[in-house]
Every structure is written in structure tokens, then in C-alpha cells.
Design a binder for this molecule. Structure first.
Ligand SMILES: N[C@@H](CCC(=O)N[C@@H](CS)C(=O)NCC(=O)O)C(=O)O
Length: 250
């Protein structure tokens, strides 16, 4: 597995810094966010490290599919149970356990963690934080897939990776998880209104309904004229960094 890390100038053995994990979307690698988001200037001021994993396992020995929304580049942050995917596709465990253990034993970081992501990675960030509210101080997402059980990207991936049983799917659906969540952490979501994937794939209205059902506090901002691209992310990444910084440094 490849990952990218940004370390702010404050980071040293004397001053260990908190970490924001960033999960990218379909077709991305560990590089997209690092090259396009424009996050480092403010991260250096706030003293936050940023770790961006790849979006799936990779390699000639690793199962793949011709389509862009399944296989390599499309791990969906689940632990696959179905062949051939279950041999390598354990992105949930990788992001929650294996990668943070490696980061903490290798770099001058403390154990404070936040998580954010975009699209498929927004889905990943939300489900990981909602399932582990004691580990993450806050979660944010740009244009997340809010209800993967009810959209074609999610249904295709979950059928392949998890099989047909919807019980397993619910463990990886942010709207299902929020509907039944009791332990609350701060959640911030930004969504562009001119995003071509908004209606068919992203469905923020499902997350809003879940938050109302369980009284889960949700900050959702809809932005007129913004699309699904990294131009949208780079326009609002500073808001997300300040949001996480406020909770990481509590
Ligand atoms: N079919 C589209 C969907 C892929 C897509 O929009 N990917 C988003 C995440 S869902 C992305 O971040 N692409 C990479 C980039 O813009 O750097 C494509 O292949 O371009």
C-alpha cells in the first residue's frame, strides 16, 4: 500500500502533531488530494499532519475490474467478504487500524485523529467516524456518497465486495449508521449544487433524514454553482481544516 503524508513544520519529537486522514474518491490514488486540494499552507499554520492513503490495494496480483467504479481505485473502504476481493480488499481495517499504527510508530504525531474525504472517500470518512466515535474527534466530507445502499455505485460495489445480504451493507452506509448512532461527534458536509452525481449517487437528503431521526447534529452546506471536482474541494478545504483543528486541539 502507498500513502502520502504532509508533515507541518511544528512536527518534532518535542511537539507531536494531530493527524487528519483524507480519503479520496473513485479513480484516485494517494496523490490527487496532495496535488490539487491546496491544503498545506493552512495545515502548516494550524500544525496538522495530513495522511492520504490510496483508494484500494494495488498490483498485478490484486483482483481488478475494467470499470472505474469497482476494483483497483474503488475500494469503498469496506472489508470485502466475497471472492475474489476478500484476499486483499480490507480498506476499512487498513484505514482504521493498520495505517494509523504505522503512522504513529514512524512519524512525530500524537494520537489525536480526524477524518475527511471526497465522494467515495466522503462515504468512507463518514462510516469510519460514525463507527468509531471515540477514536476520531471530528469528520467532514465533500460530496459524499451518503446512502450507498440506495445508489448504483454503492449497490454494485457492495454486491461484489459484501455479497447480497443487506445486513452487512448497513454496516457501511452512513445514513443507516447515523440513523442509529448514539455517540455524537461533529460532522460537517459540503455539497455542490451543480454536481452531476448529486441526485443519482450522492443523496445528501438521506443523511439529513437520518440526522433528524436520531437527533444527530449535522452541518450540511449546499453551494450554488459548484461541481464534483477538486476545484470545489480547494475552494472550501480551509473551512474543513479549521473545523478539524478546533476539535483536534480541544
Ligand atoms: N467517471 C468519472 C468519475 C470519477 C470521478 O469523478 N472521480 C472523482 C472522485 S468520485 C475524482 O476525484 N477524480 C480525480 C480528480 O479529479 O483528481 C471519471 O472517471 O472521471
Amino acid at each position: 500500500m502507498r500513502f502520502a503524508i504532509y508533515l507541518p513544520p511544528q512536527a518534532s519529537e518535542q511537539e507531536k502533531v494531530p493527524v487528519l486522514y483524507w480519503l479520496s474518491g473513485l479513480t484516485c490514488t494517494d496523490e490527487n488530494f496532495m496535488q490539487k486540494a491546496g491544503a498545506f499552507k493552512l495545515a502548516s499554520e494550524l500544525g496538522i499532519a495530513i495522511v492520504a492513503p490510496d483508494t484500494s490495494p494495488r498490483g498485478d496480483e490484486v483482483a481488478d475490474d475494467e470499470s472505474y467504479d469497482l476494483g483497483q481505485g474503488a475500494g469503498f473502504y469496506v472489508n470485502a467478504t466475497e471472492a475474489p476481493w476478500n484476499e486483499h480488499y480490507k480498506m476499512y481495517d487498513y484505514v482504521v487500524d493498520e495505517l494509523p499504527a504505522l503512522i504513529q510508530s514512524t512519524f512525530p504525531v500524537n494520537n489525536k485523529r480526524a477524518i475527511a474525504g471526497h465522494s467515495m472517500g466522503g462515504h468512507g470518512a463518514l462510516i469510519i467516524a460514525l463507527r468509531n466515535p471515540s477514536i476520531y474527534s471530528s469528520v467532514s466530507a465533500f460530496s459524499p456518497i451518503c446512502n450507498p445502499m440506495k445508489c448504483s455505485w454503492g449497490q454494485k460495489a457492495f454486491t461484489e465486495y459484501l455479497g447480497k445480504s443487506k445486513t452487512k451493507w448497513k454496516e457501511y452506509d452512513a445514513s443507516e449508521l447515523m440513523r442509529h448512532s448514539k455517540d455524537v461527534i461533529p460532522v460537517k458536509v459540503d455539497q455542490g449544487e451543480s454536481d452531476d452525481f448529486l441526485v443519482e449517487q450522492l443523496k445528501p437528503e438521506a443523511l439529513v433524514a437520518a440526522s433528524k431521526h436520531s437527533n444527530y447534529p449535522l452541518e450540511l452546506n449546499i453551494h450554488n454553482g459548484y461541481d464534483h471536482s477538486y476545484y470545489f474541494i480547494s475552494s472550501f478545504i480551509e473551512d474543513h481544516l479549521r473545523f478539524h483543528s478546533a476539535h483536534l486541539n480541544r
